[in-house]
Design a binder for this molecule. Structure first.
Ligand SMILES: CC(C)(COP(=O)(O)OP(=O)(O)OC[C@H]1O[C@@H](n2cnc3c(N)ncnc32)[C@H](O)[C@@H]1OP(=O)(O)O)[C@@H](O)C(=O)NCCC(=O)NCCS
Length: 166
C-alpha cells in the first residue's frame, strides 16, 4: 500500500536525508558528499521533501521548492518541483508521487513550476502540466523545458523566475 511522507525541511532528520540520498543515487551518480552539499546549499527551511512509500519502503522522491515568480508583472508564490526520481522506472511510482505534488500545489493555491528534459514532457503532460513556449517565460541561464501547473495561460502570458535551477 502506498503512503506519502511529507517533510518540511526545517523538520527533516538525518535518517530522512539518508533515505532521500539513497533514492536519488538510484538515478543520479553524484557522490554522497556532493548530494549533501547540494541539499545544504539549495534547500531552504520552507521547502518540502516528499517520499512515496510502498509497504513502508521509500520508492520515489521529489522536492517542492518555495519560489517567487512574477506572472504578467505581478509577484506570485510558486512551488518548484525538482529532483523527481523513482527507485525503479516504469512501475508507476513517479506518477503516484506527482499526483500528490499536484494536490499539495492545488491545495496551497500556488503555481507549479518545473524544468525538465524533452523526453519527460509526456510524463508531466499526463499529469496536467503544460509546457510553456520560450516567449512565455524568462528564466536565467536555463536550457531545459519549462512547465507549469495550476495556472491558466494565454498568448500574452509571461512568467519570470530568477532563482536557482532545482
Ligand atoms: C522521471 C521518473 C521519476 C518517472 O517515474 P516513473 O515511476 O518511472 O514513471 P511511471 O512509471 O509513473 O510512468 C508514468 C508514465 O510516464 C512515462 N514515462 C516515465 N518516465 C519517462 C521517460 N523518462 N520518458 C518517457 N516517458 C516516461 C511512462 O512510460 C508512463 O507512461 P504509461 O503509463 O503510458 O506507460 C523516473 O523515470 C526517474 O526516476 N527518472 C530518472 C530521473 C529523472 O530524469 N527525473 C526527472 C527530473 S525532471
Amino acid at each position: 500500500m502506498f503512503e506519502i511522507k511529507l517533510i518540511k525541511h526545517q523538520d527533516v532528520t538525518d535518517q530522512d536525508i539518508k533515505e532521500v540520498i539513497n533514492l536519488k543515487s538510484k538515478q543520479w551518480s553524484f557522490s554522497l558528499d556532493n548530494q549533501m552539499h547540494w541539499i545544504k546549499n539549495n534547500i531552504k527551511n520552507s521547502d518540502f521533501h516528499i517520499l512515496l512509500l510502498l509497504d513502508k519502503k521509500s520508492v520515489a522522491y521529489l522536492n517542492l521548492i518555495d519560489i517567487e515568480l512574477i506572472v504578467n508583472g505581478i509577484n506570485r508564490k510558486g512551488l518548484g518541483v525538482g529532483n523527481v526520481c523513482a527507485i525503479e522506472k516504469g512501475k508507476g511510482y513517479g506518477f503516484e508521487l506527482m499526483k500528490e505534488a499536484n494536490k499539495i500545489i492545488t491545495n496551497l493555491n500556488k503555481i507549479g513550476f518545473l524544468f525538465c528534459k524533452e523526453p519527460l514532457l509526456n510524463f508531466y503532460n499526463s499529469l496536467d502540466w503544460e509546457e510553456l513556449e520560450p516567449k512565455n517565460y524568462n528564466v536565467r541561464g536555463n536550457n531545459f523545458k519549462v512547465m507549469i501547473f495550476n495556472i491558466k495561460y494565454d498568448n500574452e502570458f509571461l512568467i519570470e523566475y530568477d532563482g536557482i535551477i532545482f
